[in-house]
Structure formats: C-alpha cells, structure tokens
Write a protein that binds this ligand. Structure first.
Ligand code: GAL
Length: 410
C-alpha cells in the first residue's frame, strides 16, 4: 500500500515536473477572432495543469500590426515562446532564412505527421535543412459571401464572373445598396488577389509569384483595370472598417457581397450565431470556380524560446487531431490534417474540405503564402499608388520594381 502511494506520488511528481512554468503564445487572434485559440488553450491547460499560459495578442486583421511587434521582439532578442506565422514565404524567407527557428523534424517523426499532413503543405513550411512549423489549419482566401434572402429581395444572382458583377453593380446602387463592401487597406489587397486570380486564371496567377509573368505585362495590367472598376462599386468609407465591420455591413443588409477569407464564416457562425447555407451563402470569388486560394496558420519554436519544453507540448497539441478538431470548427478553417472528423464541421466547412481535395491549389499573397514578406508589405504601397493615381500602369511599374528588388520567385 505504502509502495503504491509512493508510486502514485512519484508519477504525479513527474507529470508536474514534465510541464511547469509559463507559455507565451503570440498571435493576432484577439477579440472576435479569439474563440478558436481560446478553446485550444483550454485543452492545453487541461493537459498541462502546471503551465500558466499567456495568450498574447496584438489586434489587427491579417497580422498587420502583430507582425511588426513580432519583428521588434525577435530582432531585439526577446522572442515569444511560440507565434502564429503563415506557412510559405512569410515563414521561410523571414525567420527561417535568418536562422531564428528550430527544426521540428523530430516532432514530425515522433507524431507520425508525415502521414497526416498534405505533402504540398509540408513543402511550404520546409527547406532542405528542416521543417519549421506545425500548421493548425487551412483557410481559403477567394470566397464571396452574401445573404441569400437579401439577394432575392434585390433581384440579383451571385455573379460567376467579374463582368457579371459589374453588370449588376448599378442595379444594386440604384436600390441604395453597396454592391461590394471592403474595409481597411489589407482587405483591399485581399480583394485584389481574388480579382487577379479571376482575371489571370490559375496558371498566370501562379506565374506572377514565380517571377515568370511580369507585373507590367498586358495580362497583369488588365488586373488593375478590372480592380479599378470593381473598386468603383465599393463603399466610400473603406479605410475605417475592420474586416468584421465589413462583414457586419453584409449581415445588416447594407451591402450585397464581400470577398474575404473564410475566417468570415467563423465570425458569422461562432460570433454572430448565423447558420451557413441558410443565413449566409458563399461562392468562389468571380472567375475562380475550381481554384482554392489557400493559406495556413502555423506555430513554431523560435531559437531561444524561454519555455522550450512547454512549446513542444503546445506544438504536439496543435498538430494533433483532437487539437485541430477543437480549433477549426470555431475558426472557420478546415484542419490541416487529412484525417479530421468532418462530422464536427458545419456545412460551409464541409464544402471547403471538398473543394480543398478537388480544386487546384494556389497561394495567397496577403496571407504569407505566395511572396516574400518584403514584397507582401510593399504591396500596400503599390495599392496606394493605384488608389491615388488611378493609373494601372503606375501600379504595375511599382509592383514590378518591388518584385525585381526583392527577387520575387527566386
Ligand atoms: C489571416 C489569418 C487568419 C485570420 C485573418 C484575419 O492572415 O491567417 O487566421 O486571422 O488573417 O485576421
């Protein structure tokens, strides 16, 4: 009996010893964007009762502000224990190139992750020297959202092409409805990448990021022309709106369409309590049916993380089926793992999972998958040049200059 008690005590002691101290998780999933991460942290705390988690968030969609804060901390030698980072060039050409991340290949081996994450996704987070993060989800960028009952009342259908959209734009404006609602700068860039995919088609869109199609080519110039016409169908107060407020305009019946990543589905369902397929509808953004513009959020282990063992326990959870199936149904994303339990996911997410399987996959610019972070950040300037001058040629020249400077695609 005494021996059993000693054994139990020893076991408890080892478990407590195993994970103690703190864990700082850095992301931009604040406020309305928080519920999925909070649920995952709750699971971590259940599994690691000795660890105190600090959920460190910096508000601002697409990480526009969080990425700047992270940069200051990383360069100042004060890395968080772990941080949200986009799979793709956003990770590889920045923190990995600078030697600031630990190789996580051992976790992939121990957890059997080579069999459960899509090969293309592992490639996005790998170099010859290692695998650098653990993806928690797959989001889709090229989605057009609408409220079916409102479209019916206004007598319009979901446009399959930009020409169709431009044809219904005046009909909606005549009824006092904003045809397409956009928000602050990055959401306009988000619209741009969907327009680019629709106008260029998948081959040429991918060629842009590989440096094989010039930004000042006639094909790419046309993207700006169409983008300008589309922007003329949007609200005047865009710069003041966060993406959630743009979604609110749709839900409140002030706007007919919004193009946003599927975190908008997470917001409409988890935060606003709307039912996908009934209260809101979706379609591939005009001209992009059959193509899935993807991005993925991931977490890694920076060199010098203060609580390394706690991070490793976090990463095991992030990559686990239970972790992904806790996080993603709330987030509006599908699991990065191929073996998730789809019965836990709503109608929108089930359709996204189907599309992810069947569609051609292409990367998002705005969400770190397609281009190096310098190009990604400088693209804000390109967009401003376009909005200030209205000149497709000026924007195209600026984009090509930055592509050349940052050796895009090389
Ligand atoms: C993306 C991120 C998503 C979502 C969105 C809006 O960059 O990958 O998870 O948070 O920004 O902030």
């Amino acid at each position: 009996m005494k021996r059993l008690a000693t054994l139990i005590l020893a076991a408890l002691f080892t478990t407590a010893l195993a994970q103690q101290g703190e864990l700082e998780i850095f992301s931009w999933w604040a406020g309305d964007e928080g519920p999925a991460l909070e649920a995952l942290i709750e699971l971590y705390e259940e599994q690691n009762p000795g660890v105190q988690v600090e959920n460190a968030t910096v508000t601002g969609g697409a990480g526009v502000d969080a990425r700047a804060v992270l940069r200051t901390r990383m360069l100042g030698g004060d890395p968080p224990d772990t941080f949200q980072v986009h799979a793709g060039q956003g990770l590889i050409s920045s923190w990995v190139a600078a030697g600031r991340m630990e190789d996580l290949t051992f976790l992939y081996e121990e957890e059997g992750w080579f069999d459960v994450f899509p090969r293309e996704l592992i490639e996005m987070i790998s170099t010859e020297d290692g695998i650098w993060t653990v993806p928690v989800n797959i989001h889709r960028s090229n989605v057009m959202w609408y409220i079916p009952a409102n479209l019916e009342a206004w007598g319009v259908d979901v446009p399959a092409t930009w020409d169709e959209f431009l044809a219904i734009c005046p009909e909606l404006q005549a009824q006092g409805v904003t045809p397409l609602v956009v928000g602050e700068g990055w959401t306009q860039q988000h619209l741009w990448e969907s327009v680019a995919l629709g106008v260029l088609g998948a081959d040429n869109y991918v060629a842009l990021w590989r440096g094989e199609l010039a930004f000042d080519s006639p094909e790419a110039l046309e993207v700006w022309e169409v983008f300008g016409e589309v922007m003329a169908c949007t609200n005047d107060d865009a710069p003041g709106l966060a993406w959630q407020q743009a979604t609110d305009r749709l839900v409140e019946g002030e706007a007919a369409f919004n193009i946003m990543g599927d975190w908008a589905a997470g917001y409409m369902t988890t935060t606003l309590g709307l039912e996908p397929g009934v209260d809101y509808g979706w379609a591939a953004s005009p001209g992009t049916e059959g193509v899935f513009m993807m991005l993925s959020d991931s977490f890694g282990l920076p060199v010098g993380a203060p609580h390394r063992e706690n991070v490793i326990a976090w990463l095991r959870l992030v990559g686990s089926r239970e972790g992904q199936d806790t996080f993603n149904p709330l987030k509006g994303s599908i699991a990065a793992r191929v073996d998730s339990d789809l019965s836990l996911y709503n109608a929108y997410l089930q359709s996204a999972a189907d599309d992810f399987q069947m569609n051609r996959l292409v990367p998002s610019l705005v969400h770190g998958a397609a281009a190096n972070p310098t190009f990604q950040d400088e693209f804000a300037t390109v967009l401003n040049i376009y909005l200030d001058t209205g000149s497709a040629q000026a924007a195209a020249n600026a984009a090509q200059a930055i592509a050349t400077q940052t050796r895009l695609g090389q």
